[in-house]
Design a protein around this ligand. Structure first.
Ligand code: PRP
Length: 211
C-alpha cells in the first residue's frame, strides 16, 4: 500500500482526478465527509488529505511515502525529498509585486511582506540587497497598501488579486507547478510501485495534453 499525501483544495482536486484517471481511484475521496484518510486496497493506495504547505512535512518524515506539492512549498521548506515528476498542474509564478508607480530607494532597507520568508531571503541575498522580512500568513497584498511593506513576494496566478488592489508585478522570481515527491527511504523500498505510478501519471498527462 502506497501512502500518498494529497493537498486539500483546488490543486488537490485536480491532482486526485489525474491519479484516479491513471488507475489510482479511491471512490470515497470526493465524499462530503470530514474523513482525512481514504484507501483502496484494489488500487494499492491510501490517501491522506493534508494542508498544501504540510505535504513536504509528511513526506520528509516518512509518514507518507509520496506526495504532491507546489514548487513554492518545496523551495520554501527545503525538504530533503526526491522530486520525481512535474505534473504541469497548478501553474503560477513567484513574484515581487508593489503598488503601481512604486519606485525603490536603493539606499534604504527594503521591507518585504511574504508568506515565503526563506524564498524571499534567498532571492534578495542573491542580489546583495538588504531587506527586512515581514512574515504574514495571508492577504499579503494588503501590506503595501497599508505601508506595512514596500513590496511583497507572493504567488501570482491570474493576476486578478494584484490588479484589484492597485498592485503590479515588479519581477518574476520563478515559475511554479505541482511536483510529485517521494520520501528517500520509501523510494528505495517501493521503487517498482512508485516508478509504475510515475509512468502511468506521465501517460495520463500526455493524453490530457493531446486531448
Ligand atoms: C494566493 C496568493 C494571491 C492569490 C493570487 O492567495 O497569495 O493572493 O492567490 O491569485 P491570482 O493572481 O489569481 O489573483 P490565496 O488564495 O492562497 O489566499 P491567501 O491570501 O490566504 O494567501
Amino acid at each position: 500500500m502506497l501512502n500518498i499525501a494529497l493537498p486539500k483544495g483546488r490543486l488537490g482536486d485536480k491532482v486526485y482526478r489525474l491519479l484516479a484517471g491513471a488507475g489510482y481511484d479511491c471512490r470515497e475521496v470526493f465524499d462530503d465527509s470530514r474523513k482525512l484518510v481514504f484507501e483502496s486496497e484494489d488500487a494499492g493506495v491510501r490517501y491522506f488529505l493534508v494542508k498544501p504547505s504540510d505535504v513536504t512535512v509528511y513526506v520528509e518524515h516518512g509518514a507518507a511515502d509520496i506526495g504532491i506539492a507546489g514548487k513554492d512549498i518545496l523551495l520554501e521548506s527545503g525538504a530533503d525529498v526526491y522530486e520525481l515528476l512535474d505534473l504541469g498542474l497548478g501553474k503560477c509564478r513567484m513574484c515581487v509585486a508593489a503598488k503601481n508607480g512604486y519606485v525603490e530607494d536603493p539606499d534604504r532597507t527594503l521591507k518585504v511582506a511574504t508568506k515565503f520568508a526563506n524564498i524571499a531571503k534567498r532571492y534578495y541575498a542573491s542580489l546583495g540587497r538588504e531587506i527586512e522580512i515581514i512574515k504574514l500568513n495571508g492577504s499579503i497584498e494588503l501590506a503595501p497598501l497599508l505601508r506595512l511593506s514596500d513590496v511583497i513576494v507572493d504567488i501570482v496566478e491570474s493576476g486578478k488579486t494584484l490588479k484589484e488592489n492597485d498592485l503590479c508585478v515588479v519581477r518574476e522570481i520563478f515559475p511554479i507547478s505541482a511536483r510529485f515527491i517521494a520520501n528517500k527511504a520509501s523510494y528505495k523500498f517501493n521503487a517498482a510501485a512508485i516508478d509504475e505510478m510515475i509512468s502511468r501519471l506521465s501517460a495520463a498527462i500526455r493524453e490530457e495534453g493531446e486531448a
